[in-house]
Design a binder for this molecule. Structure first.
Ligand SMILES: *[C@@H]1O[C@H](CO)[C@@H](O)[C@H](O)[C@H]1NC(C)=O
Length: 359
């Protein structure tokens, strides 16, 4: 009986390590304060929910990494202006990956880390945009976890260019099916949050804990809900080779494999000057909507401000608080609520946003 219980516990902990999007280490460290590294620096965002006004940084120099061909930095159309900005978290070489493939971890070379984003403009004037956040746990197991989010974004973009009438959920379904059949992705898991904008309407499909919000007069009016199985474990689309699934089954383990059909869908009306934000959890684990409202008001009240610069500054500020051990991040606040202990500090992660302003 006791042995069975021990085995059950071992299986449970293995299960946890496989189902968790972030490495289990991060989750374990959640019980100590080590996970919030101290790098100093004061936050430009209002401190969590205190609503302190955000500071304006004189130099809006971009910290975003070099653009890869997958991304447009700024897309200006008559109806929309679209900016993409991102910064991957600091990563160390994975020895495991090197041993297996004798080359550096691809996520290290990806300008967006395991996150990815896309912007697709159709000639009929509609646009599709979105973000996807690759599951980090696969890197720990020696796999390239940046591939699935990158290929999913590229495929959605491609599909939309052929069919701009497709609903976001449909785009997600057909694109994920293509990923399952594509040799470009061996293994991996990802969240996805994407939207199609046409005729002042925004349709969104969300699977997992990335996020989309609509800001009107610098106030959040509509937003997606996070889909999670439990704390820090979002819904995710996964591609896992059959032999790995079989092995897991033999060992009594289970991988999380959600489907595009589980995506939540939304349809919202848009107005001139609305700002639509798509973000990975590197943003929403750190700042709360109130912080974003204050930031947008600060930066966009001057109608001449360049959306590309604003998006880059936004990412820069989120990166800063994510490294601030005193910042009451959304993640630390949730952890405090869950554990009954007081946590403070930002959460370092890949950080990616797509900002759309309705002209
Ligand atoms: C979106 O926000 C607008 C403005 O507040 C509101 O009227 C509308 O009901 C919201 N839509 C949904 C689906 O919640």
């Amino acid at each position: 009986m006791k042995v069975t219980r021990v085995i059950a516990l071992v299986i449970l902990s293995m299960l946890l390590s496989f189902v968790s999007k972030r490495s289990v280490q991060a989750v374990r460290q959640g019980s100590s304060k080590r996970m919030f590294s101290w790098r100093g620096g004061s936050a430009g965002f209002g401190a969590g929910s205190t609503g302190r006004s955000s500071s304006t940084i004189a130099s809006a120099a971009a910290t975003a990494a070099a653009l890869s061909t997958n991304y447009e930095d700024l897309t200006v159309l008559s109806q929309y202006t679209i900016a993409v900005a991102y910064q991957p978290k600091d990563r160390e070489e994975s020895n495991l990956f090197k041993k297996k493939h004798n080359q550096p971890l691809p996520a290290l070379e990806s300008p967006t880390g395991e996150d990815n984003a896309f912007v697709a403009v159709h000639q009929d004037g509609s646009v599709a945009v979105g973000v996807a956040d690759g599951v980090g746990g696969w890197a720990d197991a020696g796999y390239d976890s940046s591939a699935i989010s990158r290929e999913l974004c590229a495929t959605i973009k491609h599909q939309f260019s052929h069919d701009s009438q497709a609903q976001p959920k449909q785009l997600l379904e057909t694109s994920f099916q293509a990923i399952l059949e594509s040799p470009k992705v061996e293994i991996g898991g990802t969240t996805a949050c994407l939207g199609v904008i046409s005729n002042r309407k925004l349709k969104v499909a969300n699977l997992g804990d990335s996020w989309c919000g609509v800001f009107r007069n610098y106030q959040l009016v509509n937003e997606t809900a996070f889909q999670t199985h439990k704390f820090n474990t979002p819904y995710q689309l996964a591609k896992i080779p059959a032999h790995i699934l079989r092995q897991a089954e033999l060992e009594g383990r289970r991988y999380i494999r959600d489907t595009p059909a589980q995506a939540d869908v939304y349809e919202w009306d848009l107005q001139k000057d609305d700002v639509v934000l798509f973000a990975t959890d590197g943003v929403t684990d750190n700042v709360v909507p109130k912080d974003i409202e204050i930031f947008l008001r600060d930066q966009l009240e001057d109608k001449k401000s360049d959306l590309g610069d604003v998006a880059k500054l936004f990412v820069k500020e989120v990166v800063k608080v994510s490294k601030d051990s005193n910042f009451p991040s959304a993640f630390a606040q949730e952890l405090s609520t869950l554990t009954g202990q007081k946590y403070l500090g930002g959460k370092e992660d890949d950080i990616t946003v797509v900002m759309v302003r309705i002209n």
